[in-house]
Design a protein around this ligand. Sequence first.
Ligand code: OGA
Ligand code: MN
Length: 304
Amino acid sequence: MGIYIRPVQNGFAGEVTRINICARLSIDEIAAIEQGMDDYAVLTFPDQPLTDQQQVAFTANFGVMEITLAGQMAKPEERRFQQLELGDISNYARGATNKLRERADKHRMYALANRLWHSDASFRAVGAGYTLLHARIVPSKGADTQFADMRAAYDALSTAEKQEVEDLVCEHSIVFSRQQIGFTDYNPGFEEHLKPVPHKLVLTHPKTRRKSLYLSSHIGGIAGWPVPEARAFLRDLMEHATQPQFVYAHKWNVGDLVMWDNHTVMHRATRFDDLKEVRDLRRTSLKGVRPEVRQQPSVIASAA
Ligand code: OGA
Ligand code: MN
């Protein structure tokens, strides 16, 4: 019996079973997962007790791994994991394994921006491809990760709206998303990483040819538009794109791995009692290629 994908939430997400992703995958399994990522925008793999190294090995099947900006900015003595490709998505204080972040902890403030709808690393010249999150410790309630289907959101625009957005180019910077929650406390030396980068608003998937909206809270402007007009328009689009019928909320169990395509979904974290309870997720992500010239996934995989 081979891999099985059960559609969830109108076929937006798929739950993958009959596979052990802790072990080395066969070529057929890798191809089936890549196909699954094209058919669905989010795949969940329940009950996969991955180690860090197994998560890294699984991720590397699908492309070239990237290091997050938060990982780059962390000082070596503050890191929980020496392997920079492994992102620490937990509420542990930096450099500690048994102490939670305090209320005003700078890293807590930075991470709170994950509660805004976003696409990972869209503030980079090349935004992230797939992101993978694996749950090690989950709190007793809250802390779902929500995903919004940017293909369905595009499809639901009127013909006139589709024409209006078709050639728009948005400006993305991590400064714009952090600004929305009042975070300005950046480490010196990272000014280059804060500069806005352009991305097309409408992307076409290289294989399925489906169009999607490349939206993200990292967007702060539209090329050629006055800023207030752009922001008012982007708010309307965000509101449209995150209506309940486009959203899948993942309720985490320990051992879940969730994998999504940042070019076809936005996501956000939701609240939990993070001053009292532990949530420990590990993140890996893949480098994308320029959205407007995305390569075939098979080309990306063979470059790994
Ligand atoms: C991320 C992220 C959401 C969550 O790690 O990129 O957005 O629920 N996480 O932790
Ligand atoms: Mn994210």
